[in-house]
Design a protein around this ligand. Structure first.
Ligand code: COA
Length: 387
């Protein structure tokens, strides 16, 4: 067998600089959102997250992202009505979910499996309608699957409720109060878009081949499912539960840091100051956890946060470790009655509006996304027959 020779240097790439993980590479221009990790700033379609998230409805935020301008009252009413009318799942999707529930698959797997069937009864040539159907139906999939896996019948969607109110209704079978609906609305708006994160990039890569919106959303769900992206807000909440009382906070956190463990819900690759989404979600939780045991949990979480920040400063000086979005996501969604396993699928329901907006933007560029790789394997020369 011929001795392998080192790979030839690439001659075709205009720039052969390799950036692992594409870090620092600007791969798209967007009007959808801007993340400034040094200033702790997140702008969504021209509005600070602190402004848009607690004040807009999810339908309003989605319309703004998809159309680049705010909807008039009439446009918003028509858009909301159309989405509401698309919520019911194709029969085949429900049958599929029943089969998946028998296998007890995780909710994110069920969402990935079912998402590809959501355009079954929609004209594929009408990608605008496919987009709306996807956005309207993802929460129906999550809620229906959750109930099926728990041995309950799915609750049919109601067209007279808003997107957020209907999601909570389909999960529980009861109409949520106005504060809970506002909490869900604020959550979905807060995470609706966040620059060129992994799932958004995946969606843009798929749609850039002039594939279709369903494929792009299924691919994005696949990317979000990974623990490095969809995150694990669950452990942040579990930590607060394990701590249990204010007196236990410092010894618990100190022991964790002494063992070299990480405090969940703190630190971020991009944000080196407080994640603005943590602020928005913290305020939403504050408004929702008004009395009794719920208020006690909120106050304990605030206390744990302050202790954790002080200890992180002591143990990791100069690292600027601040509260991230996961900490208050966990608290808020728990307060809305959602179990931990529903956190990432709920994130997907909100982020889907951003994925679709990015796909629309990418399609408008008409440009295929096709980076290069650098070959680092051997070069064997002649193909010798195996002896
Ligand atoms: N608790 C304790 N120490 C932490 C920490 C945390 N949450 N996050 C980072 N650090 C420490 C690291 O141990 C490291 O210390 P060292 O230099 O003494 O070894 C230093 O801070 C830098 O860590 P690094 O891994 O380079 O930071 P990063 O920017 O790559 O990490 C995260 C970002 C999010 C992965 C990290 O902060 C983390 O693991 N946080 C906890 C998990 C979490 O909340 N994830 C959700 C993110 S939205």
């Amino acid at each position: 067998m011929a001795t392998p020779t080192p790979a030839p240097a690439s001659t075709s790439a205009p720039s052969s600089e390799f950036r692992p993980g594409l870090e620092g590479v600007v791969a798209a221009e967007t009007k959808l959102s801007h993340v400034d990790g040094q200033k702790g700033e997140l702008i969504i379609a021209g509005y600070d997250v602190e402004e848009i998230a607690p004040n807009a409805t999810f339908e309003e935020a989605t319309y703004l992202l998809w159309h680049g301008e705010r909807a008039t009252v009439q446009q918003l009413a028509a858009f909301s009505k159309e989405l509401a009318g698309l919520r019911a799942l194709p029969d085949a999707t429900v049958e599929l979910l029943k089969a998946v529930a028998k296998e007890k698959k995780p909710v994110m797997d069920a969402l990935r499996i079912a998402a590809g069937t959501l355009d079954l009864n929609v004209d594929a040539a009408d990608q605008e309608l496919v987009s709306k159907s996807l956005l309207a139906r993802l929460p129906t999939v999550v809620a229906a699957y959750w109930r099926l896996r728990n041995g309950e019948s799915p609750v049919a969607p109601r067209a007279d409720l808003s997107h957020s109110a209907n999601y909570l209704y389909m999960l529980t079978g009861h109409e949520a109060d106005a504060a809970a609906v506002r909490g869900m609305e604020t959550y979905l708006n807060t995470i609706i878009d966040h620059g060129l994160n992994a799932s958004t990039f995946a969606a843009r890569v798929i749609i850039a081949t002039e594939s279709d919106m369903t494929s792009a959303v299924v691919g994005a769900i696949g990317a979000l499912k990974g623990p490095l992206h969809g995150g694990a807000p669950g452990p942040a909440l579990e930590m607060v539960f394990e701590i249990g009382t204010a007196e236990a906070a410092e010894p618990y956190l100190r022991a964790k840091l002494e063992r070299g463990e990480r405090l969940m819900g703190f630190g971020h690759r991009v944000y080196k100051v407080r994640d603005p989404r943590a602020e928005v979600l913290g305020q939403a939780a504050d408004a929702m956890f008004v009395e009794g045991e719920r208020r006690k949990l909120y106050e304990l979480a605030k206390f744990v946060e302050q202790k954790a920040l002080a200890l992180l400063k002591e143990y990791k000086p100069g690292r600027n470790l601040q509260t991230n979005v996961e900490f208050y996501t966990a608290l808020l969604l728990h307060g809305l009655g959602l179990e931990t396993e529903l956190f990432t699928p709920t994130f997907a329901c909100g982020r889907a509006a951003g994925w679709i907006a990015h796909c629309r933007e990418q399609l408008a560029t008409g440009r295929l996304i096709r980076p290069q790789s650098r070959y680092v394997g051997p070069h064997h020369g002649r193909w010798e027959q195996a002896a």
